[in-house]
Write a protein that binds this ligand. Structure first.
Ligand code: CP
Length: 300
């Protein structure tokens, strides 16, 4: 992992995934350290973020590193027409590692190819969000005691949801059964079905909220207004799947509800008090997992 960019979750082997999760467990026990003393990390967010940016910044601060960057490309020289390549080459002069979120699929891979320092993909369009996936895996292992043989329900925007795409690929290492619940216009793309078929992973697709009694994990997602070219399509597909507290009555004791957040309407707020709701703890786990990712890449 040392000096390697993290662009797709498939960049990491199963052994490397476990190395990150084990390291994150140690950071959870002892999060405040000085191991990044003298290191500078850039956070370049060309798209809005609360959790990813702030948990990276929290992770860096807890490790004694320094952060530079922008939260809005309009405050950078991109506004004057600077290319992504020139931005990356410049920022690499000032930092040891670049964390980047960008709306274009493939932009993070491109940045890693031109950058002399490692790049971590903090989300590229509808493609990948590998650091979210690592914190999702950490949350699943922590709450289930295992990653193996779980019934994983994925609900909402399965077409454009980058967190869904990364998590599906990572969980496929652990013999899951997937249950995909979505509007027909937001189904899981064929390329991911082929990925599952190639690995003999079972999956079911539904247009209704069904079979929740089988679920070990329900991974809720937001229908993302910003990914729709046509606002009418967004209006038709939003608010179709709303998880309500009473729907959890007959579910397994070990069930946990995850959501990468932000939430809009897809989980009613009365679910928050249910012990099966885990999404805010999941977001907290992001700090430990990102501490693990940064230190592994910087070889600390
Ligand atoms: N989960 C996630 O990526 O959240 P943000 O968009 O707030 O970073």
């Amino acid at each position: 992992m040392k000096n390697k960019s993290l662009i797709s979750i498939t960049d990491y082997s199963i052994e490397e995934i476990f190395e990150i999760l084990d390291s994150a467990e140690e950071f959870e026990k002892n999060p405040v350290q000085n191991s990044l003393n003298g290191k500078v990390i850039s956070t370049l967010f060309f798209e809005p973020s609360t959790r990813t940016r702030l948990s990276f910044e929290s992770a860096i601060n807890k490790l004694g590193g320094k952060i530079i960057g922008f939260t809005d490309a309009s405050s950078s020289s991109v506004k004057k027409g600077e290319s992504l390549k020139d931005t990356i080459l410049t920022v690499a002069n000032y930092s040891d590692l670049i964390v980047m979120r960008h709306p274009l699929e493939g932009s993070a891979r491109y940045a890693s190819e031109v950058s002399p320092v490692p790049v971590v993909n903090a989300g590229d369009g509808a493609n990948q969000h590998p650091t979210q996936t690592l914190l999702d895996l950490y949350s699943i292992r922590k709450t289930q005691g295992t990653l193996d043989n779980l019934n994983v329900f994925m609900v909402g925007d399965l077409k454009y949801g980058r967190t869904v795409h990364s998590l599906l690929q990572a969980m496929s290492n652990f013999n899951p059964v997937f249950h995909f619940i979505s509007h027909k216009k937001l189904r899981i793309p064929d390329e991911y079905k082929l990925f599952l078929n190639d690995r003999n992973i079972k999956y079911y697709e539904y247009e209704e909220f069904v079979n929740l009694e089988k679920a070990d994990i329900i991974y809720m997602t937001r229908v993302q207004k910003e990914r729709f070219a046509d606002p009418i399509e967004y209006e038709k597909t939003k608010d179709v799947y709303i998880l309500k507290n009473k729907m959890l009555d007959e579910t397994k004791e070990n069930l946990r509800i995850l959501h990468p957040l932000p939430r809009v309407n897809e989980i009613q707020t009365d679910v928050d008090k249910n012990p099966k709701a885990y999404y805010f703890q999941q977001a907290k786990n992001g700090v430990y997992v990102r501490q693990a990712i940064i230190t592994k890449i910087l070889g600390i």
